[in-house]
Design a binder for this molecule. Structure first.
Ligand SMILES: Cc1ncc(COP(=O)(O)O)c(C=O)c1O
Length: 386
């Protein structure tokens, strides 16, 4: 049977979509591919917190939270998160992928709701959110990313009072590099009586007065809601949180399979996330630097006639369209010591393959200018037509 799986990879390669692991520990002089936006992954205080936790609690949590795996460090991180996100409660998961899939699937469970739910689902949502739709088998209606007219249109057409309705979207999009008009989404959700599920994977650490995400900038109380975020990007670690009220926390303890039947995250990753979370409000200068560098790169590329996507985010996507051209540009930049991610379908829609430049607090104007010059030298075609 191996040949079926081999054939799949052969077909992917023919479309320039085959994924291969990059060489381990690639010593690129300049890394524009990392999600460690604030440089916390290797920060000594974060690393030491992980080491101390391993000494005190051990390397693993020894069981699921409901059995042997509950410990004070994890409960204290949940309290810190609830305070930062201004919610009653929070619950921690081992990864953002796991949290999205399993939490959403449990929310949408036909055993829990009085009628089959309907989900209004951002077309460009992350794979983990899509997989929650597949897992729960619910009906979902796509709306165009950040298109509030389309969202209203779909709600008008498909929302019926007898069916519980949900809106699922990301506050900051990691591939489109745009921000959700959150206040408007809350208004819309309120007028159609929808439950709002927000993914703040790319917002956590970078937005809001204290850096705790876009959800802290808007009053979400008019609608039932849950906010998910990861520790794997600006927090520099691993794991995820759901910020919610006490009812929803209790519900997850009782129904969310990926929480109930999964070993609790390791004390090392929880301690690292807790230390990073404490540091986030004081990192305003790093946030300014990240956004200033992203603005500079956008300016430099646009000045050279290169189209870049998004605005007001630290991600700068350069859309080339085709897979082969995007891979070739990634390779050319790597040959010059610059690591940038090539993003291809199915991660993004066909015809929108792109270079995804992720700026972080360690970048300066020299490194950004070097990258802009290199991209401009290699790019021709749609992205260069301005
Ligand atoms: C929008 C979004 N949600 C969820 C995830 C998954 O998070 P994690 O890496 O913690 O599993 C990611 C990570 O790529 C993401 O970009």
């Amino acid at each position: 049977m191996y040949h079926f799986y081999d054939q799949y990879c052969v077909e992917q390669a023919a479309k320039s979509r085959l994924r291969v692991l990059p060489p381990a520990d690639l010593p690129a002089a300049l890394d524009f591919s990392s999600n460690d936006y604030l440089g916390l992954a290797a920060h000594p205080d974060v690393v030491n917190a992980a080491i101390d936790a391993a000494r005190q609690y051990g390397a693993g949590s020894t069981g699921s939270r409901l059995l042997s795996g509950n410990y004070s460090l994890i409960e204290s991180l949940e309290r810190q998160i609830a305070i930062g996100k201004q919610t009653e409660a929070a619950l921690i998961f081992s990864s953002g992928y796991q949290a999205n899939m399993t939490v959403l699937a449990s929310l949408l469970s036909k055993r829990v709701l009085p009628a089959p739910p309907i989900v209004f689902f951002d077309r460009l949502n992350h794979s983990s959110l899509y997989n929650a739709m597949f897992l729960s088998g619910v009906e979902y209606v796509l709306f165009d990313r950040n298109d509030m007219i389309d969202l209203r249109r779909q709600l008008q057409q498909h929302c019926v009072a007898s069916r519980p309705a949900f809106i699922v979207t990301e506050t900051v999009h990691g591939m489109e590099a745009d921000r959700l008009p959150l206040a408007e989404v809350v208004d819309i959700a309120a007028s159609y009586n929808c439950f709002l599920y927000l993914d703040e994977a790319h917002a956590t650490g970078l937005y809001g007065p204290q850096g705790y995400g876009l959800s802290t900038t808007v009053d979400l109380s008019p609608v039932p809601h849950m906010v998910m975020g990861t520790f794997s990007k600006a927090i520099g670690g691993a794991g995820a949180y759901i910020a919610c009220n006490a009812v929803m926390q209790q519900f997850m303890l009782n129904r969310t399979a990926g929480f109930i039947y999964s070993t609790a995250p390791s004390p090392m990753s929880v301690a690292a996330a807790a230390q990073a979370w404490r540091m986030i409000p004081a990192l305003a200068a790093q946030r300014e630097q990240v956004f200033a560098m992203a603005d500079l790169l956008r300016q430099l590329l646009r000045a050279r006639g290169i189209t870049v996507m998004g605005d007001g985010t630290n991600i700068v996507p350069v859309c080339l369209g085709d897979e082969a051209g995007t891979l070739a540009l990634k390779k050319a930049l790597l040959d010059e010591g610059m690591m940038v991610s090539a993003i291809r379908p199915p991660t993004v829609p066909t015809g929108t393959s792109r270079l995804r430049v992720a700026l972080n607090a360690g970048h300066d104007s020299d490194s950004v200018s070097r990258l802009a010059q290199a991209i401009a030298r290699h790019v021709s075609g749609p992205a260069a037509r301005g």
